[in-house]
Design a protein around this ligand. Structure first.
Ligand SMILES: [Zn+2]
Ligand SMILES: [Zn+2]
Ligand SMILES: [Zn+2]
Length: 563
């Protein structure tokens, strides 16, 4: 029987339906002969996501020393964070063993308190990166990539800068959710594009700029919802020989004029938009979701089956509340960053490479299994709070801890946000669920007052920088710039200057942080709203809020209108 609950955090009402209850039963761990039922969640799906995201620092980097080698390193952990950090290569070395930090479980104290004490002493990895990257300092959550800078959540990237959530790209700069593309700049949600700038929701487009929702277009500028067109400006055909001059008229110093932008916005307002982005799904709800089946409230996901409330999660089955990764996962619940084959992983953060039967673990990797409340173990099994037990001892001890956690109200809850090694404003939770400093402190969350950037140290004013990129001297890479929005200081690296020159783009006058936030604001929030199709009035679930002015069509009407 479906149950209605009130969120313990935001007080909003939410339903736990029959399918969700059946899932909780299916995923409940069996230890020895006994099945240990998971309770229905006490927090609504959004507050659960906020809590998971408090454990994720994507892009705030600090300089600190590796506690093993004393070498100066780049890390997602601030030097004030009360944790021990090893450079990621040292972390993977045999010079230390996480089991050495093992301790007895104390039944007179809450579990999370004991976990927090363990977490403060076991070495953590400086960055969430796997080996196999080349020349990729200042990147995080990156694998199999080369020559990337300030890139996050990237696989198989080459010469990419200031991007997030990208796969298989070359020379992408300032891109967000871009795949299989080359020479792209300021693109969002684009696939298989080449030489494309300032575009969103495009596929197979090339040598174009300022496109929105276009497919298979080339040499187009300022177009919306066009398919298979060449030499179009503001959705109108132009003579190919006139095209370069007409485009140049819309740009000044590589920047789109206000008049041209107004034209594009008007086209966007009057062109139909799809209710959701995705393809080849069966019985799904969400946005940016493809090749999925029976999956609900999922965003930025591919190849899921029987999943719900998942984000940036791929190739997995029977999972709920998972943020990040997947790729061969089964039976996962309330996890952040768990992937590369896993089975039955509950309430874990950053566990990967063939892990199974993990509960309440952080950073346990490489064929770790049957672990409870452990930190930083590799290839271990039958440990509790990093202490090694025999299988029989483990099977006897874990049910007692679960019973204890039922009494303390901890069983079935993900790590509370106040346990995070990151301050709230360092974590991605702040990006999606912003809190003021006072609000964060009142919720017992920590706040970083010394963010790793400066203001007022600029060595050049924007009036001194030529607007034409060809006239910008090489010495600009030695200058300290000032962000036009947040006033933060930043630099331009030489690899970046070469890219702007090659693409004839203006030097950005906002820092990379503000540029990222602007792109993020151009995507809909990960919330589904009931809205009526602007054509047939059929009710549908879409991430376009009812207050958004776009003309949103249901799938069928969209297909009929734009082909
Ligand atoms: Zn809530
Ligand atoms: Zn800024
Ligand atoms: Zn319709």
């Amino acid at each position: 029987m479906a149950i209605h609950k009130q969120c313990a955090s935001c007080q909003a009402g939410f339903d736990v339906d029959d399918a969700e209850l059946a899932f909780l039963e299916k995923i409940s761990p069996r230890i020895g002969a006994e099945l240990h039922y998971l309770p229905a969640p006490t927090h609504c799906p959004r507050c659960r996501e906020q809590r998971r995201l408090a454990m994720r620092n994507e892009r705030i980097y600090y300089r600190r020393r590796c506690a093993l080698s004393a070498k100066e390193i780049v890390s997602i952990y601030s030097p004030d964070s009360p944790v021990v950090v090893y450079e990621h290569k040292a972390w993977y070395s045999d010079e230390w063993d996480g089991a050495a930090y093992g301790r007895e479980f104390d039944f007179s104290r809450p579990f999370f308190e004991q976990f927090a004490e363990l977490h403060r002493v076991v070495p953590l990895m400086s960055l969430d990166v796997k080996s196999g990257n080349e020349n990729c300092d200042y990147t995080n959550l990156i694998s199999e990539s080369r020559n990337c800078y300030q890139v996050v959540a990237c696989t198989l990237g080459e010469d990419c800068m200031y991007c997030a959530f990208i796969q298989r790209n070359r020379s992408a700069v300032d891109c967000f959710f871009v795949f299989d593309s080359e020479l792209c700049y300021e693109c969002i949600d684009c696939y298989r594009c080449y030489l494309l700038t300032h575009s969103q929701y495009c596929q197979n487009c090339s040598e174009s700029g300022y496109l929105y929702n276009c497919r298979s277009c080339a040499n187009c500028f300022g177009c919306v919802s066009l398919v298979n067109k060449q030499y179009h400006i503001f959705n109108q055909p132009v003579a190919p020989q006139q095209y370069p001059a007409l485009v140049a008229r819309c740009l000044s110093g590589g920047i789109c004029s206000q008049e041209a932008l107004a034209h594009i916005l008007e086209l966007r307002r009057t062109s139909p938009q799809r209710a959701y982005a995705g393809l080849q799904n069966e019985n799904v709800t969400g946005d940016h979701i493809s090749y999925c089946k029976n999956s609900f409230n999922c965003f930025d996901c591919t190849y899921l089956e029987d999943c719900r409330h998942c984000v940036w999660f791929h190739k997995s089955k029977d999972c709920a509340d998972c943020y990040g990764w997947g790729l061969g996962g089964e039976l996962g619940y309330e996890n952040h960053l768990v992937g590369n084959t896993f089975q039955r992983v509950l309430f874990c953060d950053s566990c990967w490479e063939g892990v199974s039967n993990l509960m309440y673990c952080r950073l346990c990797v490489n064929r770790s299994n049957n672990l409870f409340g452990c930190v930083g173990l590799r290839g271990k099994e039958y440990c509790v709070l990093n202490k090694q037990y025999s299988k029989d001892e483990y099977v006897a001890l874990v049910p007692r801890i679960i019973a204890h956690m039922r009494k303390t109200g901890e069983w079935g809850e993900f790590f509370p946000a106040y346990l995070s090694p990151f301050c709230y404003n360092e974590s991605v939770a702040h990006e999606y669920y912003p809190l003021s400093r006072a609000e964060a402190l009142s919720r017992n969350l920590s706040w970083q007052d010394n963010m790793p950037y400066t203001t007022g140290r600029e060595t050049i004013s924007w009036a001194q920088v030529p607007s034409d990129i060809a006239s910008v001297p090489d010495t600009i890479t030695r200058a300290v710039l000032r962000c036009g929005s947040c006033r933060r200081n930043y630099r331009t690296i030489s690899q970046e200057l070469l890219f702007y020159r090659k693409m004839n783009l203006a030097l950005p006058r906002l820092c990379f942080h503000c540029r990222h936030l602007a792109r993020r604001a151009r995507r809909n929030d990960r919330i589904l709203h009931v809205r009526s199709c602007a054509h047939c009035a059929e009710k549908m679930l879409t991430s376009f809020a009812p207050t958004q002015p776009e003309l949103v069509y249901c799938e069928q009407c969209y297909r009929d209108a734009v082909q």
